[in-house]
Design a protein around this ligand. Structure first.
Ligand SMILES: Cc1ncc(COP(=O)(O)OP(=O)(O)O)c(N)n1
Ligand SMILES: Cc1nc(C(=O)O)sc1CCOP(=O)(O)O
Length: 408
């Protein structure tokens, strides 16, 4: 059992009831279960059991689905702790790492990408410690849990390839980010990499050619399955860009789809967009992060492994890598091909979206490269230089779904 207390204005008791480790070893027998339930849990501000521990605390209740985890969180809450986080790392057949947080009123599903690594020793301990530390800094419980989850995910991702020791599990290295000068581990982790799946990048000229207002084009793309939108205006005056951005934020927000602004951090701030996408000659991502704060999404265009590494160091959320194929949409754009894309993906600690000359005829091949951090494709002309944005987006979405199912 780990009991972690932190103190600021009042004590917070974080209990990680370690009875079954992530490697499956039973660490505490049934004899102490009743003391847990009757004495310790009712005192706790939060308990953070994994699935096996939650099941043991609930007398062997089977936990196999997210719905089961929700029921378990509620049942555990009834025992007395003020908040419950059931950790779903061991959830069967799950791609995402899903945790359920219940505060007695609302149930939150907290998702992050599952990171494949044997270096998981100490994750539960770290999560609970990080929650305690965030509470001590004055965070709300939900915010503390989100920060802690993001921190663990970041460290797992960073140290996933380290080889230390011979055991079934290796340790993960908390200090590597500090060693690299990264101080943004407090970020909330609002970005979900699966948003990169079908990334629509707008083009006013193309939409004008087809007689479509920008907001109609964006709405059609979202209806067709676009999972994120970037407003890319190369020629607009600032005022015009801002007015269009405000309208686009409105439509995207109504669908729950993030809207990013191409290049212009000032416009993103002024219209409260979800973030920006910057290139190598734009505002450096490190400064954009300082200006936008920890919660906004920042994407960076990268054509080399070094640029990908720098984007991570600078606190970006994802990278856009291209041109995968020749394109007429961006002048003088070098073509990397699928091999160049793969090389950048393999060097990147961030999720990647491929861009450049991608359309219905080649999107499947891009997705089938099978690199785990390649999360989707970004397209301009394949959606917006067509008569029906809705039909083209639907078609591309179906192709991507099919390709993604082949890779799994
Ligand atoms: C998703 C995505 N990837 C790459 C780019 C290209 O950005 P940049 O290099 O800044 O070039 P411009 O778009 O500004 O011409 C992008 N926009 N989106
Ligand atoms: C905006 C942009 N950036 C690229 C890069 O390689 O970074 S290629 C590109 C244009 C992509 O347009 P289309 O989907 O019409 O080919």
């Amino acid at each position: 059992m780990r009991v972690l207390g932190s103190f600021l204005s009042e004590a917070a008791l974080v209990v990680d009831p370690v009875m079954v480790s992530t490697s499956g070893d039973v660490l505490a027998g049934p004899s102490i279960l009743s003391s847990f339930r009757e004495e310790l849990l009712p005192m706790a501000d939060i308990i953070t059991p994994n699935i096996k521990e939650a099941s043991a605390l609930l007398g062997g209740m089977p936990l196999e689905t997210v719905a089961d985890m929700r029921s378990a969180a509620k049942a555990l809450h009834a025992i007395g702790p003020r908040n419950v986080l059931v950790k779903g790392g061991d959830l069967p057949d799950s791609l995402d790492a899903i945790d359920i947080f219940f505060d007695g009123k609302d149930c939150h599903e907290l998702r992050s990408s599952r990171i494949k690594t044997r270096n998981t020793h100490g994750t539960g301990c770290t999560l609970a410690s990080c929650i305690a530390a965030e509470l001590a800094k004055g965070s709300s419980m939900l915010s503390a849990v989100k920060v802690a989850k993001h921190y663990v995910e970041t460290v797992l991702e960073y140290s996933k390839d380290i080889f230390i020791g011979n055991g079934r599990q290796g340790p993960f290295d908390h200090l590597l980010r500090l060693k690299n000068g990264i101080h943004n581990s407090h970020r909330q982790g609002t970005f979900n990499p699966s948003n990169l799946f079908l990334y629509a990048v707008t083009d006013s000229q193309m939409n004008k050619k087809w007689g479509r207002p920008m907001v109609d084009a964006i709405e059609a793309a979202i209806e067709g399955g676009a999972t994120i939108v970037q407003l890319r205006e190369k020629d607009a005056e600032t005022r015009e860009f801002l007015e269009m951005a405000k309208a686009c934020v409105g439509i995207c927000r109504s669908y729950g789809v993030p809207l990013l602004i191409n290049d212009r951090v000032d416009v993103a701030l002024a219209c409260d967009a979800d973030g920006v996408h910057v290139g190598q000659s734009d505002m450096p991502a490190r400064i954009a992060r300082t200006l936008l704060g920890p919660e906004k999404i920042i994407g960076v265009s990268c054509k080399t492994p070094e640029q990908a590494q720098q984007a991570w160091i600078d606190g970006a959320d994802y990278i856009g890598c291209g041109g995968v194929y020749p394109t007429n949409t961006k002048a003088n754009n070098p073509t990397l091909g699928l091999d160049g894309l793969k090389a950048v993906c393999l060097a990147s600690k961030l999720p990647v979206v491929a861009i450049g000359g991608i359309n219905a005829s080649n999107a499947g091949s891009v997705m089938e490269t099978g690199v785990s951090n390649l999360k989707g494709v970004a397209v301009v002309s394949a959606l917006f230089d067509r008569e029906s944005v809705l039909a083209e987006t639907r078609n591309l979405h179906a192709i991507l779904m099919e390709a993604a199912s082949q890779v799994k």
